[in-house]
Design a binder for this molecule. Structure first.
Ligand code: HEC
Length: 146
């Protein structure tokens, strides 16, 4: 087997950086499933469970550069904002802001997959996770305030 050239080495570096970010994202996922487990409507809960599964599939697609799966899962996840359980539950301004950030991140993921741009895909994946966490933080805060 031939030794890896400079180009391959640079590519490996990009992949490693995405894996580190992916691991970070996984720990955030674990955290958020612990912090958001109480008293929500069953419908919204179902939407959120589906979202978690899709987000995990997106993470897997980014890490393995599976562009087809990335495109498919991102489009499917982007559709949840049209679910009545989502639109009815999330009407506060801060929710709407985070819902926009969520949709934007998915748009970036779809574009990154069409360009086969691993760096952009990894960044958009982090933005997606950030939108989950920010919105959940807001949920937690408004609970504390009640
Ligand atoms: C715009 C706001 C918003 C965004 C963005 C958001 N969520 Fe949620 N999420 C909520 C709300 C509201 C709840 C319900 C909290 C409660 O009442 O306990 C929730 C709950 C959850 C739950 C717990 C469901 C259960 O059955 O216990 C999971 C899992 C979850 N979200 C995953 C995600 C993932 C993954 C993302 C990002 C891909 C995400 N959410 C993005 C608002 C959001």
């Amino acid at each position: 087997m031939a030794a890896a050239g400079a180009g391959a080495a640079a590519e490996i570096e990009v992949v490693m950086a995405s894996i580190v970010r992916a691991c970070l994202a996984v720990s955030i996922f674990t955290l958020l499933s612990v912090t958001t487990s109480a008293d929500q409507a069953p419908q919204l809960s179902k939407v959120m469970r589906t979202k978690l599964a899709r987000s995990q599939a997106i993470l897997g697609a980014v890490v393995t550069s599976d562009w087809q799966a990335l495109d498919r899962e991102s489009r499917a996840l982007a559709g949840v904002v049209r679910d009545p359980a989502w639109t009815m539950a999330l009407t506060e301004p801060e929710y709407l802001r985070q819902s926009d950030a969520f949709s934007r991140a998915l748009q970036d993921l779809i574009e990154a997959s069409s360009r086969r741009d691993l760096e952009a895909a990894a960044n958009a994946q982090v933005m997606l996770t950030t939108s989950c966490v920010r919105c959940h933080l807001h949920v937690t805060r408004s609970r504390v305030a009640r």
